[in-house]
Each structure stands twice: as C-alpha cells, then as structure tokens.
Write a protein that binds this ligand. Structure first.
Ligand SMILES: NC(=O)c1ccc[n+]([C@@H]2O[C@H](COP(=O)([O-])OP(=O)(O)OC[C@H]3O[C@@H](n4cnc5c(N)ncnc54)[C@H](O)[C@@H]3O)[C@@H](O)[C@H]2O)c1
Length: 348
C-alpha cells in the first residue's frame, strides 16, 4: 500500500493498494469524526462492493446510506444530479458530512459535482473502482455532468478529501471498460515519454499495475498542482479529448470515453503529421500501443460530422480552440486554432 500526497488548494492523500477497500473506514473516520455520508454508486458496482464499504464504515461508526444510479454515461445528467441533491437535502446533510463516490468516472464526476454545489460545497471522497477512475478521473478535482449539447458542460473544480484506490476491484471489470483506462494511461505515456511508453510497448501492463497507477497519479498531480484551474499546463491532459468528446457525443455515448479518446489521440497524431506539425513515427507508435491493448485507432465518423461538437467544446475561447498536438512521444505542443480553420485542419 502506498500513499501519495496531493498539494492542491485542498491537500489530500491518495492511497493505492491491493485488497484495501474494507480498511478505508479508519482513514475516513479520522477525516470526518462527526460526519455521516451518502455513498453514491451505480447498479453494477453496488452488488460487488457496497456491502464491504458499508461494513467498514459501520465498524468505525460512520452513518451511511446509499444512492444508487443506473450505470453508464447517461447518469451524468441534470435529472439524476437533481435527484441526488434532493436526496442529500432529505438526509439533512450538512457541511460536516461528506459524499462518498464508489465507482468509475461517471459516479465520481456526478457525486463530485453534487458535493461541489450542494450547500455551496461539502466534502467528498473518491473510491475509484475502474482503472480509468484510478489513474485519471478521481484525481485533480474536476467534476461535471453532461448537457444534450455536449460532454461535461456543467461542472466545478472541487478537490476530494481522500482518494482510496483498491485496484483489486478492477478484476471484476469488463475487459472493454478496463481498456478505457488503458487509453488514459497511453495518453500519460505520450505526454511523458521515456520508460512509461516503452513499458506499454514492450512489457505486460498487467504485471505492473500498481507501479503504473502510481506513475500516472504522480504525473497528473504534478500538472494539476501547477495549474489547478486549467488555464495553462493542465490543458495538455486533454490530449485526444477534443476529438474524443466529440466522438462520444456524436455516438450518443454508445462509444465509451476511453475508446473515443483512443480514436481521438491517433487521429490528432495523424492530422498533425499531415499538417507538418508532427513526426509520422509518433502516430505509428501510438496506434501500435493502442492496438496492443485492443483499443480502436480508426475514426468512426467523418470529421465534418464532428465539427459542430468540437465547436461546443468547453476548451473553446471565443473564436479559437486549443488543440494538443503530439509532436513525438514525450513531446506535445498546444496550438490555438481559429474555429473557421477547423475544417481545413482536419481535412488536410
Ligand atoms: N473528472 C475527470 O478529471 C475525468 C477524467 C477522465 C474521465 N472522466 C469521466 O469519466 C467517465 C468515464 O469513467 P469510467 O470509464 O470509469 O466509466 P464508468 O463510470 O461508466 O464505468 C464503466 C463501467 O464499469 C462499471 N464498473 C465500475 N467499476 C466496476 C468494477 N469494479 N467491476 C465491474 N464493473 C465496474 C460501471 O458500472 C460502468 O458500467 C466519463 O464520464 C468521463 O467524462 C472524468
């Protein structure tokens, strides 16, 4: 078991280990000696892990009750968000109480946004049960829900008080959903380069899971602690995400986040090479690694179909949109492209 300390505006610990879910009650009780909690989870995770968590909380005399949402991206909706807020109010939750997000990125983003906005902010903790949530969404305090116009269009920055990651919970995941997490790991490896990318290219990722989760968490934290509110360096974490979010929204969320990011990352590398901004070798290596883990690399839609969604992206500022270009493994660049040039940029 290892602990990493996040030095953000609200500092917190990220505890990563094997089989540690049932031990989190003690750490939580120390943080919230008087607090009750609402555990937000989904209907896949509930039968697998809710009981273990509840027993750990009850043993430490933490009063808890569950709010269970349907699994899937559709649950990051204004309707479910409102239901959750009403539930918190009925439980008379106060600022000394906290929300517990037990699940993947969907649960974490929704529960985090409810925590950010209910009573203008109450604490929450993250217990990521997917690989993607462990390496990415549970860290860094971005919370959001979707609107019909696009992904994550309403949200807030709100750091958790604790992230408790028991990666043995990932063993029950559907392999396709597990691969979603690998797509985010490939993103970190493209940003960082060096040993992490080589490990993904040559070794068996499954034998190095704890080390990889820790490395991704450290990398994300090093970026987030420099730019918590996403005005500069943090935007590099959006590599593959501008196209990825557009693909997800265009597919009406039939294509999952990680799979869409995989397509988005390869497409950006290809388009960048075609525009003379990157080496062809880079898109080749990214594509090979993604394929190695069963991830898609082909664009499922014509770029023209995605442009309306790209224009709605929250990274747009006025008439410009920021794009992260992988120039080579370990070397990415941010460009600001006029929205009017999107069509020609992508159809080079
Ligand atoms: N806030 C951020 O910084 C950030 C970063 C990246 C992604 N995200 C968001 O995260 C979401 C994707 O997260 P995700 O891939 O974890 O999706 P998810 O939460 O939908 O989980 C994927 C599926 O796995 C199931 N599941 C979860 N844990 C399981 C387990 N241990 N065993 C079996 N099944 C399990 C879920 O029920 C779901 O069906 C997207 O909404 C994306 O926008 C947020």
């Amino acid at each position: 078991m290892g602990t990493i300390h996040a030095k953000t505006s609200r500092p917190y610990d990220i505890v990563i280990g094997q089989g540690i879910l049932g031990q989190c009650g003690d750490a939580v009780k120390e943080l919230f000696p008087e607090g009750q909690t609402v555990i937000v989870t989904d209907d896949n995770v509930e039968p697998l892990y809710l009981e273990t968590l509840k027993r750990s909380f009850q043993r430490c005399e933490i009063e808890c009750v569950a709010f269970i949402i349907p699994n899937g991206e559709e649950s990051k909706s204004t309707d479910i968000y409102t239901e959750l807020l009403e539930f918190l109010a009925k439980r008379n939750m106060t600022k000394s109480d906290f929300i517990t997000a037990l699940g993947g990125g969907v649960v974490g983003d929704l529960a985090g946004f409810a925590a950010a906005s209910y009573l203008r902010g109450i604490p929450y903790i993250q217990i990521p049960t997917t690989l993607l949530a462990a390496v990415d969404s549970s860290i860094g305090g971005k919370t959001a829900i979707n609107l019909s116009g696009g992904k994550n269009l309403v949200g807030a920055f709100h750091q958790p008080s604790l992230v408790w990651c028991d990666y043995t919970t990932h063993e029950t995941m559907d392999p396709l959903r597990y691969a979603d997490g690998i797509a985010e790991i490939v993103k970190y490896a493209v940003l960082k380069g060096g040993d992490l990318f080589t490990l993904l290219e040559k070794e068996n990722l499954y034998k190095h899971v704890e080390e990889i989760i820790e490395e991704c968490v450290r990398l994300k934290l090093s970026i987030v602690s420099e730019d918590e509110f996403d005005t500069g360096k943090r935007q590099f974490l959006n590599l593959g995400h501008t196209l990825g979010h557009a693909i997800e929204a265009r597919s009406r969320f039939d294509i999952s986040h990680g799979h869409a990011v995989a397509c988005g990352m390869t497409a950006m590398a290809d388009v960048a090479a075609l525009n003379g901004l990157a080496d062809y070798d880079c898109s080749d290596r990214i594509g090979k690694v993604l394929k190695r883990y069963g991830l898609p690399t082909k664009m499922p839609y014509d770029y023209r179909e995605l442009i309306p969604y790209i224009k709605n992206d929250k990274k747009r500022r006025g008439n410009k949109i920021k794009l992260i270009i992988p120039e080579n493994i370990g070397r990415c660049r941010m460009i600001s492209l006029p929205v009017k040039d999107l069509d020609s940029f992508f159809r080079t």
